[in-house]
Ligand binder design. Structure first.
Ligand SMILES: Cc1cc2nc3c(=O)[nH]c(=O)nc-3n(C[C@H](O)[C@H](O)[C@H](O)COP(=O)(O)O)c2cc1C
Length: 196
């Protein structure tokens, strides 16, 4: 069976490099046979995590929707920008809200359980936002998500994509291919184990 992969970018900015990186990953994953669902976090607005809010009103419906989406896929891929060498608030807030989910309709529910993820980043700088990925990896591992080792950081992102949205540099294209094939392979193995 083809693994189901959820893809989203960690930016809502018009023309965001991370959106272009997520698009390139989506295309590559689909070409390699994954069933890809591409979403925008802009369609799931969330308040800042606040435990008073959680106590009064429970987990926001959009966090539940994202949690159910993650659970309905074998794995996910995040393409994130880097803010001050770390995780942008949009990405961290999303991960944090979903991590607060304990049940759905009275049944125990942990959306991250048994999931595998791949990480990409992008930046106009030479490091391509790679410093964010150290932190993102650690945070998601703490949520019990398995993170594949290959990752793709798009440096000098303003000039990295051609008019079709493909990565211009052969080295980066190969890196993205490796990220996607590794994610698909691992998601396939995990889904067999979960089904069996
Ligand atoms: C608060 C803030 C902090 C930033 N810190 C970094 C940084 O540490 N490293 C970096 O390469 N770019 C940094 N940038 C620049 C972003 O990488 C750049 O705006 C990028 O285009 C944002 O990603 P996007 O194109 O996906 O929206 C920062 C931007 C903001 C708003």
């Amino acid at each position: 069976m083809n693994p189901r992969i959820l893809v989203f970018a960690g930016s809502l900015r018009t023309g965001a490099y991370s959106i272009r990186t997520a698009d390139a990953a989506t295309k590559e994953l689909a070409e390699q046979g994954a069933e890809v669902t591409r979403i925008s976090l802009g369609d799931y607005p969330l308040p800042l995590v606040n435990q008073d809010l959680e106590k009064e009103r429970g987990i926001p419906e959009n966090a539940m929707k994202l949690g159910r989406l993650i659970a309905a896929h074998d794995g996910f891929l995040i393409a994130s920008p880097e803010y001050n060498a770390s995780i942008p608030p949009l990405v961290k807030n999303t991960i944090d809200w979903v991590s607060r989910i304990r049940n759905d309709g009275g049944r125990t529910f942990n959306p991250y359980r048994g999931k595998v993820a791949a990480l990409c980043s992008s930046s106009e700088g030479n490091l391509g936002g790679i410093r964010c990925l150290y932190h993102l990896r650690a945070v998601l591992m703490n949520c019990q998500v398995e993170i594949i080792t290959p990752q793709c950081s798009v440096s000098r992102a303003h000039g990295a994509f051609d008019e079709n949205g493909d990565l211009k540099e052969e080295r980066l294209r190969k890196t993205m291919q490796n990220v996607c094939s590794t994610l698909i392979e691992r998601a396939r193995m995990l889904s067999v184990r979960m089904d069996g």
